[in-house]
Design a protein around this ligand. Structure first.
Ligand code: BG6
Length: 511
């Protein structure tokens, strides 16, 4: 694999949750695998009054808590930690950005490296524009081409709160950075199993001929979470499931399923095709919102005798909150390939299990010869792409049960990543951080894609915010409001209820 050039990674929001939970463990894993450059420094920026030493101590403590590795090699950890530095500034105050510039100058000279900088926005989103303006005043974004150095900017989600704010954010980022320097991150695109959708489609000849409206009846995309909002109630209150999961992660997932084969696997080629899908999403008019979308909020529930709180009883949540913790949307892609095939998306907190998967439901055989022996037999062909957990694939089809007559039984062929025992599935952030350091933007979405996705969800947001659509309650540890099955009308009468194990499905699966 290519190794990135020597550089400095500058993390804004360095004492925040994302840094300790995701970025540092991912960096450590890359470091251990020797995938980071020989000369590589990480500069944390934030309000906290850390100096380099106390920041290293903080990183070290949290690495032990959040790494998924069973054991940390102490020597490797020591070498890794030495590369951390801290610059304490008020990120709201533009004059203070000169301190970052000074610190970078000293790191670059200590390490004897080129001025290659990757700026990572992991701060509260309300600061993104300010930080970029601050970098701009110090000219830190400038790429001195004659010296062959680069400057890149990684932007975390949420990318705006709605269409207008996303447009403004794009405009303000582009005042300082050029589009090709900006890496908008959606960690779903970094998941191995999401990338595998592209590999499955475009490295096999057998699926593509079936991948269209002639053979596919409808597609279900489920992202269920077992947990409630935990300690994020205050944040979640202003977000809700549609903004938190659908506008970004699940539309990106839809994009990878629906995308036309790109001419090459070059970033622009892939991203051009993704944007075409987002621009082809059939607009839902205000009068259609309640027909095409369902929202819900978990109420108190019970699991095996253990009481679970309702959303309104969670810390930081308004006792009269109208924020949705469940969202289901029926989406059509207006194209020759997909005309009339619904992509039915659902996501929610406090569902019976944690599972993300795509179920491609194929049309039944045109003439079923065995109806006499199987009067209520349903179309068996379904391809399940399991994103997490029990990552893998399952293909269902009908087979004759041994014996007299023609009893048809639904059976499955399955593949589990865990069977590839030597291949660890890297965390999404490992892949995305490495790609950003290498300058490969294939798995990052462009500004036009962000705006196209917001354009699609905006009428739903407006209708939900104006209270024009009902908000249904669902007991914690259930699959969301029963009204969501309405979205399947004309197809199967009910959702697939996946279990932790890819081959299982059960409406009442255990937590
Ligand atoms: C985040 C959302 O972007 O994605 C969280 O803000 C959600 O609310 C998380 O829990 C889900 O990610 P994953 O990788 O666990 O499916």
């Amino acid at each position: 694999m290519d190794k990135p050039q020597s550089c400095v990674l500058v993390i804004f929001g360095a004492s925040g949750d994302l840094t300790k939970r995701k970025l540092v463990p991912a960096l450590f894993s890359l470091f251990e695998q020797k995938l980071l450059p020989e000369k590589f420094a990480i500069l944390g920026v934030g309000r906290k009054s850390f100096d380099d030493e106390s920041f290293r101590k903080y990183i070290c403590e949290n690495l032990k808590i959040f790494t998924k590795l069973e054991k940390i090699d102490e020597l490797v950890e020591k070498q890794f930690i030495q590369n951390f530095y801290f610059c304490s500034i008020d990120t709201n105050s533009i004059p203070e950005y000169s301190k970052i510039k000074q610190k970078l100058t000293s790191i670059v000279s200590d390490y004897d490296i080129d001025r290659n900088f990757l700026f990572y926005l992991s701060s509260p989103p309300s600061l993104y524009e300010r930080i970029v303006a601050g970098l701009g005043t110090c000219d830190l974004q400038r790429e001195e081409t004659y010296q062959h150095n680069w400057k890149r900017l990684v932007v975390e989600k949420p990318f705006g709160q709605d269409l207008d704010s996303a447009k403004t954010l794009n405009k303000n980022l582009l005042k300082v950075f050029r589009e090709k320097q900006i890496y908008r991150i959606d960690h779903y695109l970094g998941k191995e199993t999401v990338q595998n959708i592209l590999a499955l489609r475009f490295s096999n000849g057998i699926f593509e001929p079936l991948w269209n409206r002639n053979y596919i009846d409808y597609i279900e995309i489920t992202a269920a979470e077992q947990l409630g909002v935990e300690n994020r109630g205050g944040y979640y209150e202003h977000i809700g499931a549609l903004r938190d999961m659908v506008q970004n992660h699940l539309l990106q997932l839809l994009g990878t399923i629906a995308i036309e084969p790109p001419g090459s696997f070059e970033p622009q080629s892939v991203r051009n095709e993704m944007v075409k899908i987002f621009r082809s999403l059939q607009e839902i008019s205000p009068s259609e919102v309640s027909q095409f979308s369902i929202r819900g909020q978990y109420i108190k529930g019970d699991l095996n005798g253990n009481a679970l709180k309702g959303y309104r009883q969670e810390d930081g949540v308004d006792p009269d909150s109208r924020t949705e913790t469940f969202a289901a949307v029926k989406v059509f892609v207006d194209s020759w390939r997909w005309g009339g095939v619904p992509f039915i998306i659902r996501t929610g907190k406090r569902m019976p299990t944690r599972v993300t998967e795509v179920a491609i439901n194929f049309k039944p055989a045109p003439h079923f010869l065995f109806a006499k022996d199987n009067p209520s037999y349903q179309a068996p062909n379904r391809l399940i792409m399991r994103i997490q957990p029990d990552e893998g694939m399952l293909l269902n089809f009908g087979m004759k049960s041994p014996g007299s007559g023609f009893q048809i039984k639904n059976v499955g062929m399955d593949f589990h990543y865990s069977d590839l025992s030597n291949d660890r599935l890297p965390d999404a952030y490992e892949r995305l951080l490495l790609d950003a350091l290498l300058g490969d933007a294939t798995l990052f979405y462009r500004g036009d894609a962000a705006e196209a996705c917001w354009s699609f969800v905006q009428p739903i947001i407006d209708s939900w915010d104006n209270g024009e659509t009902p908000l249904y309650g669902y007991p914690a540890a259930t699959w969301g409001p029963i009204q969501s099955t309405e979205l399947l009308k004309g197809h199967e009468s009910d959702w697939r209820y996946p279990c932790k194990n890819i081959t299982g499905h059960d409406k009442f699966c255990e937590l």
